[in-house]
Design a protein around this ligand. Structure first.
Ligand code: HEC
Length: 162
């Protein structure tokens, strides 16, 4: 092999390795981004367990995702419940779960089969448990702040000052 050819091959190898490395890096960072909304629960271990039992029994994950768990086979466009307790309070959840027609509280444009069910038939203490657990799911403050900042700057084009 001529010296010139060796140089060309070396350059190609370096370029290819470089591209591969960059793709790997990109996959890693995409993965980072894909963690979803950072949130936590203030619930006690007992509350978390009891509420999760009801959540599982009623198959809420057939439609919703929580702790990024959801049935992938079903693709109902239901809201993600991660951090939902930063949006609404316990009393709201209780009223919502107890309503014979939840769409009177939260209107829906979805097909009937996809809509939020009424859980008015559950025993009161179970509705309270669920409400209390939902209210305990809080979004990390720094994430709310960053989202607010990004929204503000996108909408106004101005720098955000809290
Ligand atoms: C058949 C699918 C389905 C099931 C099962 C279901 N939901 Fe829903 N849920 C929805 C949809 C869709 C909405 C949005 C409102 C609508 O379209 O009716 C919603 C709304 C909600 C909301 C309000 C979200 C917000 O934006 O404030 C909460 C909380 C909730 N569901 C919790 C639950 C819990 C807890 C269970 C189980 C006990 C459950 N859901 C079961 C589909 C479902």
């Amino acid at each position: 092999m001529k010296r010139g050819e060796k140089v060309v091959i070396a350059v190609i190898v370096v370029v290819v390795l470089g591209l591969m490395g960059r793709n790997l890096w990109r996959i890693e960072t995409d993965h980072e981004k894909d963690k979803g909304i950072p949130y936590y629960s203030t619930a006690s271990a007992t509350l978390a367990r009891e509420a999760s039992d009801i959540y599982r029994r009623e198959n809420c994950k057939g439609c919703h995702s929580l702790w990024t768990v959801r049935d992938m086979l079903e693709s109902v466009p239901a809201p993600i419940l991660d951090g939902i307790g930063s949006l609404r309070n316990e009393e709201w959840f209780y009223q919502y779960f107890s309503a014979p027609n939840p769409q009177e509280i939260l209107p829906s444009r979805l097909k009937q089969e996809y809509r939020m069910r009424s859980y008015a038939q559950l025993p009161e203490h179970e509705r309270r448990l669920l409400a209390s657990y939902m209210a305990s799911l809080k979004v990390q403050d720094w994430y709310l702040e960053e989202t607010r900042k990004a929204e503000y700057e996108k909408l106004t084009g101005k720098e955000y000052r809290p």
